[in-house]
Design a protein around this ligand. Sequence first.
Ligand SMILES: Cc1cc2nc3c(=O)[nH]c(=O)nc-3n(C[C@H](O)[C@H](O)[C@H](O)COP(=O)(O)OP(=O)(O)OC[C@H]3O[C@@H](n4cnc5c(N)ncnc54)[C@H](O)[C@@H]3O)c2cc1C
Length: 417
Amino acid sequence: MRFSGWRVLKEGLTGNKGWRPHWRDPEPKREYDVIIIGGGGHGLATAYYLAAEHGITNVAVLERGYIGGGNVGRNTTIVRANYYLPGNSEFYSHSLRLWESLEQELNYNAMMSQRGIINLFHNDGQRDAIVRRGNSIVNQGDDAELLDREGVRRMAPFLNFDNNRFPIMGGLLQRRAGTARHDAVAWGFARGADMRGVDLIQNCEVTGIDVENGRVTGVQTARGPIRAKKVAMAAAGRSGQVAAMAGLTLPIESHVLQAFVSEGVKPIIDNVITFAEGHLYISQSDKGGLVFGSYLDFYSSYAARGNLPMVEHTMETCMAMVPAVGKARLLRSWGGIMDMTPDGSPIIDHSPIDGLYLNCGWCYGGFKATPGSGNVYAHLIATDRPHGAATRFKLDRFRTGVGLMDEEGTGAQHNLH
Ligand SMILES: Cc1cc2nc3c(=O)[nH]c(=O)nc-3n(C[C@H](O)[C@H](O)[C@H](O)COP(=O)(O)OP(=O)(O)OC[C@H]3O[C@@H](n4cnc5c(N)ncnc54)[C@H](O)[C@@H]3O)c2cc1C
């Protein structure tokens, strides 16, 4: 089933009776070439690229709940490629380029909106750091523009320019950054993978990983054992628990991150805005809701809900920067489980067990990585060599200390990233 303007018109005129389910609901087979654990954005994108780019279609994605019920459907939808350090910068650049043609590639409306992101700075030190970052982004081949205070005011007049504690001195603008409809991204990849023969198996929790003589042979699931030549983890916040099933201890802590959305209001915020002081990011959804978030809850947890101190902090910061938000009512808040590495950067690598692959440590930045992560992970699984855009996401950097990518400069402490 192809989507097109003509198809929408035809279905609208004929009672919308021709639409079909986006993917099948197959029974698991006894054996696959590749099993992917986790039907979030990364697992689904990996399955899609395995089939689309490597011709590997005897693949199952095993999801304990439903497709899109994890972080891929819980994030604040920000997409950007404004990372500073080698390793991260080329990877996110690769990912943003995939985002730019994703809807045509998937024939699916993911509502990719390159509305631009502005990272504000509030003091001289932050300005210097942001200029360095901007130069690094431009050297990488992506776009970055330095805005002065008046430049920011022209684009975002609703910000609090009278705030003496956190004066807005300027911002770094990346015009190609923006937002995408998060759950549509999951559905688009799911549909694309299913069309190419991948089995998407929901309500199928992996409960064990079978290893014989140092090599993975399959998994145990809530729907029985399934054999596989290769098993690829993409379990995001539960990566530590899944790896433990194979006897591995990952350098990962899981933390809760909350997000908030207001009632719908008339268009006010055109871009994504982030505040360096107090850490806040805000944008406006196409339905009008103000979507925003802040820090992690600062303690390890597997609860997909947060606590009140971080709610209070987020509201305070939001009011300090966008006082008009105080007039809107908060509609919803929710949480998701973040898999945090010590340097805040991901792991895409072989595991010490033959045939078992790792994709984890996305922290709170994994949504923008979705196509890039799936693309490079599929390459690793298919060829057993890292993709050129992801050569530094090695597991052993945490053992050797060589190649750490501490993008936030916060040191080796998970909950500060
Ligand atoms: C509140 C919030 C805001 C965020 N904002 C942004 C943002 O603005 N920009 C950005 O880039 N990133 C953001 N992120 C981070 C981003 O959402 C995640 O890094 C990313 O979605 C993780 O990858 P995923 O989509 O594959 O994860 P998930 O969707 O969580 O997929 C993992 C899947 O694995 C499944 N699973 C786990 N264990 C098992 C098992 N044993 N068996 C079978 N299945 C299993 C889970 O059910 C889940 O569906 C945010 C996250 C949160 C929570």
